[in-house]
Design a protein around this ligand. Structure first.
Ligand SMILES: Nc1ncnc2c1ncn2[C@@H]1O[C@H](COP(=O)(O)OP(=O)(O)O)[C@@H](O)[C@H]1O
Ligand SMILES: [Mg+2]
Length: 243
């Protein structure tokens, strides 16, 4: 569960997130869409305590971010916009490093190998991360997140750089997460994926939530009879998107 109440973040005079109210239950894949600079990454950073809000409240699985940030960090799996990996570790070393860092049960060791296999990284697991392609790095980071079995997933553009097979695998993983009652918060520019995968969608523009609902509800709000792309352009058209 993710809840924000009047969440606001300013950078100087710029209001990056403007009185955002969201309530996303467990079991839902929520798509957070918006043009570049709309405030998506800022929202994710607020929800993980990487940025402090100017005002408003946030709750994750009932934990108040102001009071229980450590509990929130245990609960959340974050895929940041610019993930960091240690270039001088191998893929396998990285995952075992996480096992120790997060003091995971050592039974997880087998899961490390299973995850490497699942993401088709086994053949490269003893190579240094610095030799990995963008897609392989993305897969390793996702494996590291899944390893910890978070209850809430926050993903900032998770499908960038993935080949079609991995994108499919990742989508299946998100569906499985949701089926287990977990919350998936997915920032994406890829409208087709949002349309196929997300139960509900929020559209943010200049920090303000301008639309929220199922595709069908958004279609009615936008008064267009098209796909999510048509709906998105109509709802955000004051940014001069093609009509
Ligand atoms: N650390 C920062 N300092 C100043 N302005 C920032 C900072 N981070 C983001 N911004 C501004 O906040 C707005 C929202 O950015 P961001 O949340 O990254 O958008 P999105 O992820 O939707 O593309 C943009 O105008 C961006 O330039
Ligand atoms: Mg962003």
């Amino acid at each position: 569960m993710i809840k924000t109440i009047n969440l606001t973040k300013k950078f100087g005079s710029l209001v990056a997130v403007d009185n955002l109210n969201l309530e996303i239950p467990g079991g839902e894949i929520f798509g957070f869409l918006g043009p570049n600079g709309a405030g998506k990454t800022t929202t994710v950073k607020l929800l993980t305590g990487l940025l402090k809000p100017d005002s408003g409240k946030m709750f994750i699985n009932g934990y108040d971010l102001e009071k229980d940030i450590l509990k929130v960090k245990e609960t959340v799996g974050l895929l940041p916009e610019h993930p960091f990996l240690y270039p001088k570790l191998t893929g396998k070393e990285y995952l075992f490093f996480l096992v120790h860092l997060y003091q995971l049960d050592l039974l997880v060791n087998k899961r490390v190998l299973d995850l490497l296999e699942m993401f088709r990284l086994s053949d490269f697991s003893d190579e240094l991360i610095e030799t990995y392609s963008l897609g392989m790095r993305q897969k390793l980071i996702l494996a590291g997140i899944i390893l910890r079995e978070p209850k809430v997933l926050l993903l900032d553009e998770p499908l960038v750089g993935l080949d079609p097979q991995t994108a499919k695998l990742v989508k299946e993983i998100f569906l499985k997460f949701a089926a287990q009652g977990k919350t998936v918060f997915l920032c994406t520019h890829i409208l087709e994926i949002a349309e196929k995968l997300c139960h509900r969608i929020g559209i943010i523009q200049q920090g303000k939530l301008i639309a929220l609902g199922t595709i069908e509800q958004l279609r009615r709000q936008a008064e267009v009879d098209g796909n999510l792309e048509d709906i998105f352009f109509r709802l955000t058209e004051k940014d001069n998107y093609p009509k």
